[in-house]
Every structure is written in C-alpha cells, then in structure tokens.
Design a protein around this ligand. Structure first.
Ligand SMILES: *Cc1c(COP(=O)(O)O)cnc(C)c1O
Length: 473
C-alpha cells in the first residue's frame, strides 16, 4: 500500500508508516491511498457477526500494507476498543422505519474521535518502539479532540503530549477531561487567547525545524490518514449488521472537517455497498452549499449549539477534490490557491455530478437541532446530542422512499457532554456517565501561558527533556 499527496506532481509515493508519522505531506497536500484497497463481498461476508475489534483489524490491514502484521493489528485493535463501555462498541438503535442511529460515543471521552485516536496512538507507539525513537504530540484544541488525544496517548512511554486550549473558552467538562489525566507524559497549556491563537502557536512550533527534529514533533489532527483508515470499520460494522454485502446502506454524518463523512466515501470506494452519504451541517453550511451548487465559498464562522461543526474550511475536503480532479495534483493546487486568494472556487459539469452521485447535503439550525432532540426523546426515549441531532434532522428532511436503503445516522457525541442544550430541548438534564462524574474529584494539572511562541517552545523542551519523575507535578 502506497500513499500519494493530493498536490503531488512527480508521482512520488510514501509508505503507510510515513503517512502515519508525518501527517501532512511536504508539499502541503494530504495523503491518500494511491489505489483504493478492496473489501469485496467475500471479505465482507467473512466479517459479518464478528466483534468490532476484529472488523477494525481486518480493515486496517488493508491500509497498513507491510507496516504491521495481522497479529500486531489484532492486538492493537483489541486493546483500543477494550475500554469502550458497550459490548457492541458501535451499537445501532432503531429510530423509525428504515432509520437507525449508530452510537459512536461509548469510548473513554464519549465522542467518536476515540475510535480513531485509540488506534492511532497505539500504532504510533509501536512504530516508535521499532525505530527506538520518541515523539512529542503537539495539538491545539477547542475541546473534544484534545481530550480524545490525551486519553489515547496518556501513559505511553515513548510519547509526550502537549495540548493547548484557549483559557476560559472550553467548557468545564472539556477542560477537566484534559487536565485531570494525571500522567507524567501529559502537559496541558491554557493559552491566554483564542483557539485561533492556539492553532497559530502550534503552526509556529511546527515551522521551527530544529525544534521539530530535536523533540520529534508529530501531529495527529484530523488530516492524518491513519485516522480516516481507523474510522472505516464502523461504517463496515453498521452496514454488515443491516444486510451488507447483499443490501446497500446509506449514512448521514454530522460534519465539520469532513473527516468522518469522507471516511464513508472511502468505505464506498473500497467496495462497501453505500448508496448515499448525507453531509449534515449546522448553520456553517459551506459543504452543504457546495454539494447543492458546486460553489465552495468561505464565510464567517457562526457559533452554534454544535461547536465541533463550527468550521468553515473543511481540511479533509481536499481529499475528495483530489478524486474529483482525477488525482491531478496541479488541478488540486489550483483550486486550493483560488480558495486562499478569492475565498471560493466552483466545480461544474461532470466533476459536480460525480460529487452529487455519492453525496447529498442537509443543514439544521439550532432550533431544528433542539426539535430533533425533543422528537427522538419523545419518540424513543433516547437522548441525542446537538451534533447528532443535526444529522437526524437532515436525514428526516430528505425524501427517503420505501424500498430505499436503510439510513444510518452517526451519533458523534454523548448527550451528557452538552447538558444545557438537552435541558433546553426536553426539560431534563442528562445524567453524567460515571466516567465524567469521577472527574470532578480529580486534581487538575495545567500551565498558563501568554500567546508567545518563544515561551511555549521553552516550556515544551523543558517538559519533554525532564526526567519522568520530575515531570510529575
Ligand atoms: C469532530 C466532531 C464532528 C465533526 O467531525 P469531522 O470529522 O470533523 O467532520 C462532529 N461531531 C462531534 C461531536 C465531533 O467531536
């Protein structure tokens, strides 16, 4: 299995291990598989009824090439999902005729990002062990990603993790999920600034090549190919439960950075019978507008009840563009340059039709999300979070005639992470799952820093190089 950059022009390919360690390609593009690996009907039928971890290992084996043996992947997947608190890992719940919810929030931080980060952390650790190297994960977060990354990397011997969040701008629960980790390899920084300041600091440190080499800086943000690869398994798992490979299935996916719904497209390209992929957005609807009109035009980010979807430019969208452009790196570079220059580009004709052949779009404002939360609560007694609600609203608004493929709405976070919205919608505060309730009693560890790249670089060096026993505060 070889990978190419979406912006490549010289045909250069890299290994899975390289894509895992590097994240972004040197030319600024994103890695995609040179050819889609196959999941044919025979292979799919063999996976039917298997435990989630086995499906995850079998799918990852198709992407990892020779980087990991089957036995290694089986062990990594088993460990990755052992901490999920549901026996099915990614269970389906029926919401209505032909309408299903796949709950992706049974992992340690109660959001779907655990599915990818739990595997990616262990794969990275295994590669580092083999190479006798250490690495430092540096990430900026507005909440959920930081918590999932810390949970995945805590306690690993070869990795230090430094997570920046904007001081006072994440919820108490989100902050505690990060600062209560209690492991010497986890370092939280509260930056006296915004999320954009945090991201800019991370970019500055990555641009410092001397520092990058010295401490082995690595990124596991949503553009890392291994995260997409790890997510394919829950699409396969759901489709098998609903009749694949004989029967096709559709998915509705609450979308921010286009990582999750692009994974559904990857599953389809591999051979999973996926009929439609519905891109569900909130009022930040740049992607919905693109799939309706072909015009991809950046706007102002608006705050909504579903903060993880408050994104205007979706980084993983470049991966789909690469396919729509026939893997022509120069064409992708031209589109991305137009976006940087004019804030927009337009696809027409065959390219747009090709996009619309797989994807539909729907959007939900806050009121529609609250209504969907109330409806699901009254109809089936289940609480869904505002992100998942945007998906349920979009799925229900699209005409979905009888005889159509079953529709699976991905539930990306646990309702208890957004108690205020749930209370507004149904008049009840969701109960805190034990994992979250325990956090209130644990000590927090966090360092406050101003928006200053020099100070941050010194902080990171000190923490990464300090002997472990001194790193425990
Ligand atoms: C990250 C996140 C999303 C958006 O996922 P993308 O892969 O960025 O499209 C949706 N819902 C929740 C709860 C998230 O944490």
């Amino acid at each position: 299995m070889r990978y190419i950059s979406t912006r490549q022009s010289d045909g250069r390919t890299v290994s899975f291990e390289h894509a895992l360690l590097q994240g972004l390609a040197r030319d600024g593009g994103l890695y995609v598989p040179e050819r889609w690996p196959a999941l044919d009907s025979g292979a799919l039928a063999d996976l039917r009824g298997r435990p989630y971890a086995e499906v995850a290992a079998a799918v990852m084996a198709r992407f990892a090439g020779r980087a990991f043996s089957r036995a290694e992947l089986a062990g990594i997947a088993a460990e990755s999902y052992a901490g999920f608190d549901h026996p099915v890992t990614a269970p389906l719940v029926q919401l209505g005729p032909n309408l299903w919810l796949q709950e992706l929030f049974h992992g340690p931080t109660l959001a779907f990002k655990d599915f990818a980060l739990q595997m990616v952390a262990r794969m990275l650790d295994a590669v580092l062990a083999r190479r006798g190297r250490t690495a430092t994960i540096l990430a900026a977060t507005s909440g959920d990603t930081g918590a999932a990354a810390i949970e995945a990397f805590r306690g690993l011997a070869r990795v230090s993790i430094v997570v920046l969040h904007p001081a006072g701008r994440v919820s108490e629960m989100q902050r505690r999920q990060m600062t209560c980790a209690g492991e010497p390899n986890v370092h939280n920084v509260a930056v006296a600034g915004t999320f954009d300041d945090c991201q800019a600091l991370v970019k500055t440190l990555f641009a410092d090549l001397a520092l990058r080499d010295e401490i082995g800086l690595a990124a596991v943000n949503s553009i890392n190919w291994a995260r997409v690869a790890a997510q394919v398994a829950y699409y396969v798992h759901a489709a098998l439960a609903l009749g694949a490979p004989e029967r096709a299935v559709s998915f509705t996916v609450p979308t921010g950075n286009f990582g999750n719904v692009y994974t559904g497209y990857a599953a389809k390209r591999m051979g999973l019978p996926v009929e439609r992929l519905v891109v569900a957005t909130n009022r930040n609807d740049i992607l919905a507008r693109f799939f309706e009109t072909g015009r991809y035009a950046r706007g102002e980010v608006q705050r909504t009840l579903s903060p993880s979807m408050d994104i205007q430019v979706a980084s993983n969208f470049e991966r789909l563009l690469a396919d729509l452009a026939g893997r022509d790196g120069a064409a992708v570079r031209a589109l991305m340059a137009a976006l940087a220059r004019d804030g927009a580009f337009t696809l027409k004709g065959a390219r747009l039709r090709q996009a619309q052949a797989s994807f539909s779009a729907g959007r939900a404002d806050d009121d529609a999300c609250l209504a969907a939360i109330a409806e699901v609560w009254r109809g089936c007694g289940r609480m869904i979070d505002p992100h998942s609600a945007a998906g349920v609203h979009a799925a229900r608004s699209l005409a979905h005639g009888s005889g159509a493929a079953p529709m699976v709405c991905l539930a990306t976070a646990h309702a208890a992470k957004f108690p205020d919205a749930i209370e507004r919608a149904v008049g009840i505060r969701p109960a805190l799952p034990p994992r979250l309730a325990q956090l209130a009693a644990k000590p927090e560890r966090v360092t406050e820093l101003p928006v200053d790249a020099g100070l941050l670089a010194r902080f990171v060096r000190d923490r990464v190089h300090a002997p472990a026993r001194e790193r425990v505060a």
